[in-house]
Ligand binder design. Structure first.
Ligand code: ZN
Length: 324
């Protein structure tokens, strides 16, 4: 018989190993292009690149070295991480200097390619989820398992792995235009981190892995790790870029601001844990113990208690009572 502890240990090992096992099941090692050499101006960048190579050694042929000079949009992003969706951890809701990102060069050439040519089935924003609503941070496109999914712009693959948070087999590409794109629910990954891709290259095959109820592509455009509404500058019906230059400002992240309900509950729990300061109130004309209790979100019983008074006490105008 297995002891309870052993059982737990085995379950943990299986749980911890599952993503790697799943990866091995659905992806065959992809042979990288010509080896590139780490050659950078900045020690931190070398360290990050070495990390990314280290993490990927298990699933990628040996002998591949990553050239940090190839990292796109280094002027915007401070790190290159092959595991996390948002390693930047910046608060985009706070004011920051708006930035203009160029989608199309001066000759008018736009390298955008629609990642999936089928019609969009769900958009960016709140949508029904079970009994309530949940924010949907991307665009869904219907597809059949095995259909190719294309890179939206030129760039370098940053993440290509199973995401246990719901995206399933997922690819994230860092682009030269400053955005990152995320593709989820693949049945098969066809690229590896550090791989350079052109717009239109197949990055994986569509599927229904992760939190998904049917085969579809979940597609997001992100800036500094946070999703933004791509329909503001891309028309997914005509497969075209609507603006040559996109200005990204804190307005693009309004959907990340807490809702009034969230703020209410945040404050509620904060107040539960912080000792309330003593507060006094001067009784006005027409006040009574009930109206004061309501005004200060307390109870009549509590007011009696902290003031040493009772229901027979008359509250005359001008009297100071403690309300907290
Ligand atoms: Zn989706």
């Amino acid at each position: 018989m297995l002891s309870q502890l052993h059982k737990r240990l085995y379950i943990f090992i299986i749980w911890a190993a599952l993503p790697a096992w799943g990866f091995a099941q659905t992806t065959k090692p992809v042979v990288p292009p010509d080896s590139v050499i780490i050659d950078s101006l900045d020690d931190d960048e070398i360290e990050d690149a070495v990390d990314s190579v280290f993490h990927y050694e298990l699933v990628r042929p040996l002998g591949f070295r990553f050239d940090t000079l190839l990292i796109p949009s280094k002027n915007i992003y401070n790190t290159w991480d092959t595991n996390f969706i948002d390693p930047y951890r910046e608060n985009m809701v706070l004011t920051f200097d708006s930035i203009s990102l160029v989608l199309c060069d001066s000759s008018g050439g736009c390298s955008f390619v629609q990642p999936c040519t089928n019609a969009a089935t769900s958009g960016f924003g709140y949508r029904r989820w079970g009994w309530g609503y949940k924010f949907h941070y991307g665009i869904d496109f219907g597809l059949k398992t095995g259909d190719p999914v294309y890179a939206a712009f030129d760039g370098v693959v940053r993440v290509s792995q199973y995401n246990p948070g719901g995206y399933g087999y997922m690819v994230i590409i860092r682009h030269y235009n400053g955005f990152e794109t995320l593709y989820g629910h693949f049945s098969k990954l066809l690229v590896y981190p550090g791989q350079s891709v052109r717009a239109g290259d197949v990055v994986g095959l569509g599927g229904s892995t992760g939190h998904s109820t049917g085969s579809h592509l979940h597609f997001e455009i992100r800036y500094k790790g946070k999703p933004i509404d791509p329909t503001r500058f891309i028309d997914f019906n005509t497969h075209t870029v609507l603006k040559d230059t996109v200005t990204v400002s804190t307005k693009n992240f309004d959907h990340l601001r807490p809702t009034p309900q969230q703020i209410y509950w945040q404050n509620y729990y904060k107040n539960l844990h912080t000792k309330k300061k003593v507060l006094y109130y001067t009784v006005r004309r027409n006040d009574n113990i009930y109206s004061i209790a309501t005004k200060f979100h307390t109870t009549v019983k509590r007011l009696y208690q902290i003031n040493g008074i009772n229901r027979r006490t008359k509250l005359k105008k001008g009297r100071t009572i403690r309300v907290r």
